[in-house]
Design a binder for this molecule. Sequence first.
Ligand code: 3PG
Length: 209
Amino acid sequence: MLLSQLTQQRVLPVLVLESTAQADWLAGCFVDAGLIQLEVTLRTPRALDIIAHLCRYFPELSIGAGTVFSADQMVQAADAGAGFVISPGATDALLDAAQDCPIPFIPGVMTPSEAMRAREYGFGLQKFFPAEAAGGIALLKAMGAPLQDIQFCPTGGITLNNMMDYLALPNVPVVGGTWLVTPRALVGNDRQDVVLKLEQLRQLLAPIG
Ligand code: 3PG
């Protein structure tokens, strides 16, 4: 279900938010653009409150909690109303906790062994991080031949300029990243900048539906 929703959207915006006020105007932009799966990272002090706020006031959105490091955070994210959980890695504690987690988990991997291990735990969709630094498209292409039943969501260095090359790979149904909402746009409440990027994104994705 989650995979099909993300596959349909093709891009998972990653948001690093400090306040519910930021969340409100951004959520409006994403709802208007029809992007309803969003990742809110647990990198800021109020992230869990912000997830709860978004889930309450924008029920049409599905909010994933990102940068999840511990089993406790997984539970807190689910309690806050998150629809899924994502991590840059896949520790034993996370892989074990995910078996009892009421919402889907997307583990982070970078190597074939990490991907195979996460697959053994049942995770067919994995975050490939940090994508560009790890070898990007060439590495994903090479992993595609032996790891045929694993799908990747690359993040880390994805931009409007390279995302279509990633999405052209058969093992990449969706890409993620922070580039749609720059720190500068956030600090300046620059709605226009975000709307412009979302329009550029729409135009890029139009040919592949
Ligand atoms: C993440 O949390 O997935 C990454 O920080 C995203 O990387 P980016 O900032 O290069 O898009």
